[in-house]
Design a protein around this ligand. Structure first.
Ligand code: NAP
Ligand code: ZN
Length: 347
């Protein structure tokens, strides 16, 4: 066992505070990583505050991890000490169901093990995430990171990047497609960058007029204010795809009508409250509403390599760990440009 320093939520209504706990010693297939940077995802807030239910306290969030390998087990061939690596949203899965066999570990039929607040595959413990000095992960779930790009800007690719890249690839977004991205936060800004890099015509759909200039800089050709009823009416039948990254409950029906016939609305944002949807937007335009969860390990590596090749990183504000509670409040207020990343040297 190695004692690691961390920040944890002790209860849903308590701020995060310093904490320490034991990490397992690296086993034969494990990689131990000293964490340099960890991004702050809205999922961390949902979990720390038990908004989705099921949070086990103390909870250590963090699943946008970049660091250096400090130790490897005897069977580890993929990595050596000193390598720059990443760990994303999950750290284990059964490795033999049909989804795991098809590089879709995130949809493991018996349940994947997420990086935090998740049952380990041996059902013995609950995982603790990246707001910590070190993490130990089996080699299959560790990603190679290019040293070409600034690491603090790479960390958010491990969740915000892959969560938006995977559906863009799965549904084959290509040059000429018209896509609306809803919500300009961590996921939204990566969706704009990635969809634009694939040649799509991107419209930012935001409730925050103040983000208009940034949306253009990130690669959106158009900016539309979703709080304006006339604008929303004019946008009817406009898009082949809508990618919805919004973290709070909102009316999906308002967006479904913005799709062309056969258009697809992809939900990646995960509000805790359900939203009713009407049958009519589906029937009238043969439209679809679908969802997507992060991406498999193979695809995450592909995304990291794609971003290194195309010079795509996240726009970040680097914070000290003791600013984490303030960062949560600012994220909830929509005041994030466009990802907080913790410098773990400040732990
Ligand atoms: P974030 O940085 O807080 O961004 C969310 C954005 O949604 C905000 O910037 C805001 O954009 C918009 N928004 C927030 N509250 C709203 C409201 N009440 N009504 C309308 N718009 C609102 O969050 P994030 O880290 O990108 O995460 C977004 C969501 O995705 C979270 O629910 C998170 O848990 C989920 N998530 C899902 C996956 C997955 O695999 N599917 C992976 C990671 C995260 P505007 O100001 O532009 O409107
Ligand atoms: Zn995340």
């Amino acid at each position: 066992m190695t004692i690691v320093k961390a920040y944890a939520a002790q209860a849903a209504d308590k701020p995060l505070a310093p904490y320490s706990f034991d990490r397992r010693e690296p086993g034969a297939d494990d990689v131990e990583v000293k964490i340099l940077y960890c991004g702050v995802c809205h999922s961390d807030i949902h979990t720390a505050r038990n908004e989705w239910g099921g949070t086990v306290y103390p909870a250590v969030p963090g699943h946008e991890i970049v660091g250096k390998v400090t130790r490897v087990g005897a069977n580890v061939s993929k990595f050596k000490v000193g390598d720059t690596v990443g760990v994303g949203c999950f750290v284990d899965s059964c490795m033999h169901c049909s989804n795991c066999n098809n590089n879709l570990e995130q949809y493991c039929e018996t349940g994947h093990t997420q990086t935090y607040n998740s049952l380990s595959q041996d059902k013995q413990s609950i995982t603790l995430g990246g707001y910590s000095s070190h993490i130990v992960v089996t080699q299959h779930f560790v990603l190679s990171i290019s040293d070409k790009l600034p690491l603090e800007k790479v960390a958010p690719l491990l969740c915000a990047g892959i969560t938006t890249y995977s559906p863009l690839r799965h549904w084959g977004i290509k040059a000429g497609d018209k896509i609306g991205v809803v919500g300009l936060g961590g996921l939204g800004h990566m969706a704009v960058k990635l969809a634009a890099s694939m040649g799509a015509e991107v419209t930012m759909l935001s409730r925050s007029k103040s983000k208009e200039k940034d949306a253009a800089r990130l690669g959106a050709q158009h900016f539309k204010l979703t709080t304006d009823k006339d604008t929303m009416a004019e946008l009817a039948n406009s898009f082949n795809f809508i990618l919805d990254t919004v973290s709070a409950a909102h009316d999906y029906n308002e967006y479904l009508g913005l799709l062309k016939s056969d258009g697809i609305m992809i939900i990646v944002g995960a509000p805790s409250e359900p939203t009713p949807v009407s049958a009519f937007p589906f029937i009238l335009g043969r439209r679809s509403l679908v969802g997507s969860l992060v991406g498999g390990i193979k695809e995450t590596q592909e995304m990291l390599d794609y971003c290194a090749e195309h010079n795509i990183t996240s726009d970040v504000e680097v914070i000290n760990i003791n600013q984490i509670n303030e960062a949560y409040e600012r994220t909830l207020a929509g005041d994030v440009h466009y990802r907080f990343v913790i410098d773990m040297a400040t732990l």
